[in-house]
Structures are given as structure tokens and as C-alpha cells.
Design a protein around this ligand. Structure first.
Ligand code: B12
Ligand code: SF4
Ligand code: SF4
Length: 274
């Protein structure tokens, strides 16, 4: 028995999910290194992509830890819905794999394609949710390297379900979602990870995970300023207690690019003035 895409979407929206779209597994846009749905589940035919809007108050909260907590709740809603939909589809006879909105992700010390050693750890989603969301017609990737949705801009968390069910896909649209001349995300990035329309993951990774505004240097002569920065952090912070907190709640040190973005028609009436 087939499943109607509309019925499934209605079920998902009734769970409190804000946006849902469907892409065909074969036509999914892939990131680098590529992670096609067929490698996760050889019988994959469709990918259902879901988005939950963050609370805008949490986005603009003065302490990022308030947003972090909100982020965790959006992830929970996405994961719980993915689990429910997965069970529903499997009861109907379709093998289904829920993809979490959150960790654990792949962690690499060597390039998974070439085998070359990496200067530091890189992490990678088992499925690129932003690319899946574009494929499912939810929005487009902006200058911030984030998915911008017409209703909520980048202020959404993404989750997905890979299934063997053949579902009617949505139309993907490739467009530039950024107004000409807007550079707010680039200006907001504290470590210059966003520049000239390009995203450099390394400074972002070190700032996001540790609050370090320098990456571990390659040249010997750059180590003294790096060590000076580390010493400053060691003096000010208690890494043991912080680590304990990170274990309990997935602490983020940055989302300035997301906060700076003025996109999202649903926020028009409530967005705080800068
Ligand atoms: C890993 C990851 C990160 C890592 C990247 C670490 C690293 N690469 O070493 C870090 C911590 C830096 C990060 C930062 C952020 N992230 Co993040 N992240 C992810 C995750 C889990 C996978 C990303 C991925 O694989 N994307 C596919 C690739 C191609 O996209 P990409 O961004 O263009 O490139 C990445 C990879 O190619 C990788 N990479 C680059 N070169 C190489 C080389 C090798 C050898 C390897 C192995 C990997 C690798 O790093 C790039 C950065 O992610 C996704 C969830 C998911 N499953 O998709 C969330 C996700 C993309 N992140 C998200 C968010 C919100 C953020 C942050 C704002 C942080 C925060 N506070 O939440 C910033 C935004 C940075 C930016 N402007 O892009 C959201 C985006 C929502 C949206 N509206 O678009 C996602 C979708 C999570 C979710 N469930 O909603 N993220
Ligand atoms: S999360 Fe922070 S460090 Fe990373 S790109 Fe966005 S603004 Fe820059
Ligand atoms: S802040 Fe401006 S340039 Fe950056 S993603 Fe948002 S709309 Fe695009």
C-alpha cells in the first residue's frame, strides 16, 4: 500500500514541526565529502526533511547558553518526530532510518576520501541536512553558509528521515536568498570565518567549540601568541566545570551569524530592534 506525501506531511506538522519537505533519495544534493542516503540505507527512495523554528527570544538572548538550551529542545522535537514517523512507516512495510538533528556525528583525524592526516579533528554529518533541506524545497543556502527559509530565515533546526517509501518529492529551487549588499553575517562573525561569500570551517570550529579566536598555528613563530591566548582562557575559565556542563547540555560558544541575519517573514512583527 502506498503512502500519500500530503498525509505524511500533515502528521508531521501536527507534531509541532514548522516546515516539512520531501526529496527523492536519488536526486539529493550532496555535500563534500559526499554522504548519499543510499550509503546509509541501500533501499532509500525518499528523504523527508523537517525544520523547527528556534524561539526568536532565545536567538536574541544576551547569554548564548539560553539559546543552546532552546536548540536542544528543537533537536528533541525533531528527533522524537523522526522516531514516530519512522515507526509509522516501518509498520506500513517501509524500512526507515531517522536521522538525528544532533550529535553523534562522524569524527575524522584523516581525510575519509584521501586518507591524508588532518591537522586537527573534523566532524561531518552522516547526511548533510542543509543540502537535504535545499533538495526538499525548504529554502536556500545563504552567504552565512546556513539554510535560509522564507518564513524563519536561518533560525531553524533541521532533522530528517530516510525511507524506502516512494513519496512525491517537492520542487527544489536553487536561488540566492541574500539581498544584494547584505553582509550582516560576515560582519558579525568574531573570527572572520565568513568572508567574501566563503565559509572557513576551522576558525568557526575552534571558536564555536572552545571560544578560541585563534586556530592552532602551523608555523613555530605563531605559537607564542597562540599560547598567550590559551593562558588567558585558562586564567579566566574553569574548563573542568565547563566540560561537565557540556556533557549535560551541548554548549555552543557562537551563533552570531544566525543571530545577525534579518531574514524570515514570520518574525517581522516581533523581531527586536538592533
Ligand atoms: C559538523 C557541523 C558543524 C561543525 C563543523 C565542524 C567541522 N567540520 O570540523 C561546526 C561546529 C563548525 C558547526 C558550526 C555551526 N553549525 Co553546524 N553542523 C554540523 C553538522 C553536524 C554537519 C555539517 C555537515 O557535514 N555539512 C555538510 C557540509 C558539506 O556542509 P558544509 O557546512 O558546507 O561543510 C562542512 C563539512 O564539509 C566539514 N568539512 C569541511 N572540510 C572537511 C574536510 C574533511 C576531511 C571532513 C571530514 C569534513 C570537512 O566542515 C564543514 C562545516 O560544517 C550539521 C548537521 C548535519 N547533519 O547536517 C550541523 C548544522 C549544519 N549546523 C548548524 C548550525 C546552526 C551551526 C552553527 C550556527 C553553530 C551553532 N551554534 O549551532 C555554526 C554555523 C557555522 C556556519 N556559518 O556554517 C545547523 C544549521 C541550520 C541552518 N539553518 O542552516 C545544522 C544543520 C544542525 C541542525 N540540525 O540544524 N557545525
Ligand atoms: S558560528 Fe560564529 S564563528 Fe562560526 S561562522 Fe557563525 S559567527 Fe562565525
Ligand atoms: S545576514 Fe544577509 S548576507 Fe548573511 S545570510 Fe543573512 S541575508 Fe544573507
Amino acid at each position: 500500500m502506498g503512502i500519500e506525501a500530503k498525509d505524511l506531511k500533515d502528521m508531521i506538522l501536527a507534531e509541532g514541526i514548522d516546515l516539512v519537505g520531501i526529496a527523492s533519495a536519488e536526486d539529493l544534493l550532496l555535500a563534500q565529502p559526499p554522504r548519499p542516503p543510499g550509503a546509509l540505507m541501500p533501499t532509500a527512495r525518499s528523504v523527508i526533511v523537517m525544520a523547527v523554528a528556534h524561539s526568536l527570544g532565545a536567538v536574541y538572548a544576551p547569554d548564548i547558553r539560553l539559546w543552546t538550551r532552546n536548540k536542544m529542545q528543537t533537536s528533541r522535537l525533531l528527533d522524537r518526530t523522526a522516531e514516530k514517523i519512522g515507526r509509522f512507516l516501518e509498520r506500513k512495510g517501509f524500512l526507515t532510518l531517522p536521522i538525528s538533528a544532533d550529535k553523534p556525528v562522524e569524527i575524522h583525524r584523516r581525510d575519509p576520501v584521501t586518507g591524508t592526516g588532518l591537522s586537527h579533528t573534523k566532524t561531518l554529518g552522516q547526511l548533510s541536512l542543509k543540502h537535504a533541506a535545499v533538495s526538499a524545497g525548504l529554502g536556500a543556502i545563504g552567504r552565512s553558509n546556513l539554510l535560509l527559509t522564507p518564513r524563519f530565515g536561518p533560525h531553524v533546526r533541521l532533522g530528517a528521515v530516510v525511507t524506502a517509501a516512494v513519496l512525491e518529492p517537492d520542487t527544489k529551487e536553487i536561488y540566492d536568498p541574500c539581498p544584494a549588499g547584505c553582509r550582516l553575517c560576515e560582519q558579525a562573525c568574531p573570527v572572520g570565518a565568513l568572508r567574501g561569500g566563503r565559509y572557513n570551517v576551522d576558525p568557526c570550529f575552534f571558536y564555536w567549540s572552545w571560544g578560541f579566536d585563534k586556530v592552532p598555528p602551523r608555523r613555530l613563530r605563531d605559537w607564542p601568541p597562540f599560547l598567550k591566548m590559551l593562558l588567558g582562557h585558562v586564567r579566566r575559565r574553569d574548563f573542568v566545570v565547563e566540560f561537565g556542563q557540556t556533557m549535560i547540555t551541548d554548549v555552543d560558544n557562537c551563533m552570531a551569524c544566525m543571530r545577525a541575519c534579518p531574514q524570515g517573514s514570520d518574525w517581522k512583527g516581533i523581531r527586536p530592534r538592533a
